[in-house]
Design a protein around this ligand. Structure first.
Ligand SMILES: [Fe+2]
Length: 204
């Protein structure tokens, strides 16, 4: 045989960016906003979804709140910039957004985001060691044996891993397909790990 190729066809689109230096301008106020939101939200209004143990999930209607406007504007600026760098005429609307505060031993169990096309996370206050965001390869089951035995070089070159993790670094943002299973690993540190999550609907 003269030519053998492994073609990584039909990949999923993940967009990873650093929102600094824009994030520098809102960072301090955003952290303050998150803590005030938690303090002012009655327990009955806090949500219980993928958040586990010492992990607080805000209501997911933040986009409709006046005091969230500066952060919504920031988010739209960042998402639009990402989309514009990837192609022309990618139109979207934000569906909902919420704050997650994972304190010591807090984590998020494996889940997907239903009813939308893309989702995202912006890390507001976090350090590399406060619990990775881990995505599962959707083909892990059907391609298990192949994925296990591919050479490390092909795995790296083609991004054909069982899972892929992002470290939670303040100011960084990831956009991902909403149907991809993901989880947030345990925050083993004493400091809070704060993030903003949101859902996006692509429109024509
Ligand atoms: Fe999620």
């Amino acid at each position: 045989m003269e030519k053998i190729e492994l073609l990584p066809l039909f990949p999923s689109a993940f967009i990873y960016c650093d929102t600094r230096p824009w994030f520098d301008e809102i960072e301090e106020d955003f952290v303050k906003y998150c803590y005030e939101l938690k303090e002012n939200t009655p327990k009955s209004k806090s949500l219980h979804r993928s958040n586990r143990q010492n992990s607080w999930h805000s209501p997911d209607d933040l986009l409709r709140r006046d005091e969230f406007t500066p952060y919504k504007d920031f988010l739209i600026k960042c998402i639009s910039t990402c989309f514009n760098s990837c192609g022309e005429n990618i139109h979207y609307k934000l569906a909902n957004a919420w704050i997650m505060i994972n304190s010591k031993n807090g984590y998020n169990s494996k889940h997907v985001h239903g009813g939308c096309h893309l989702s995202g996370v912006l890390w507001i206050k976090s350090k590399k060691n406060q619990g990775n965001l881990s995505f599962e390869n959707q083909n892990t089951y059907t391609e298990h044996n192949l994925l296990e035995n591919l050479s490390p070089k092909i795995k790296d070159d083609c991004k054909m891993h069982d899972s892929y993790t992002f470290k939670p670094i303040s100011g960084r943002m990831v956009l991902f397909p909403s149907h991809c299973y993901h989880e947030v690993e345990l925050n083993k540190t004493k400091e809070d790990r704060i993030s903003l999550s949101f859902n996006i609907i692509l429109t024509s």
